[in-house]
Write a protein of this length. Structure first.
Ligand code: THU
Length: 144
């Protein structure tokens, strides 16, 4: 699948966003390594902290269907679904990307299907915390 098609799949999710509090609609489309696409939108809640971002919706859909390996995600957003600028993923979503995507995992930010910025996870979340940190044998503090 090409970048433009993945971005178009993210745009198609904007009308599904449930964002009555922020009015900021986000759509995402996540591409698995075997070429399948899982889409997502943000889903807000009257208890604001219970909101889930579009990117994590897509990851949760994919992982719960047995997918673990991913190539890329496209993300688009804008007030009431009108996209005027790039929408970089929030920090929590970057951390979720780090759980399932390697440093070369691609994040496609788009203003339109013709205006795409491609970043890697290594660029968006350098020095990520990951499972390797939990595997230290002696649990000692790092030298400072
Ligand atoms: N949002 C996303 O869906 N993805 C992001 O990476 C940034 C923020 C949503 C969460 C909330 O529903 C709205 O945008 C405003 O923060």
């Amino acid at each position: 699948m090409n970048q433009k098609a993945l971005v178009e799949a993210a745009f198609a999710m904007l009308p599904k966003a449930y964002a009555p509090y922020s009015h900021f609609h986000v759509g995402a489309a996540l591409l698995t390594k075997d070429g399948e696409v899982f889409t997502g939108c943000n889903v807000e809640n009257a208890s604001y902290g219970a909101a889930i971002c579009a990117e994590r919706t897509a990851f949760v859909k994919a992982v719960s269907e047995g997918k673990r390996e991913f190539q890329a995600i496209a993300v688009v957003g804008g007030r009431e679904g009108a996209v005027a600028d790039f929408t970089p993923p929030c920090g929590i979503c970057r951390q979720v990307m780090a759980e399932f995507g390697g440093p070369d995992f691609q994040i496609l930010l788009a203003k339109s299907p013709e205006e795409i910025r491609c970043l890697t996870l290594a660029e968006l979340l350098p020095e990520a915390f990951g499972g390797a940190q939990l595997e230290k044998e002696d649990g000692s503090d790092a030298d400072v």
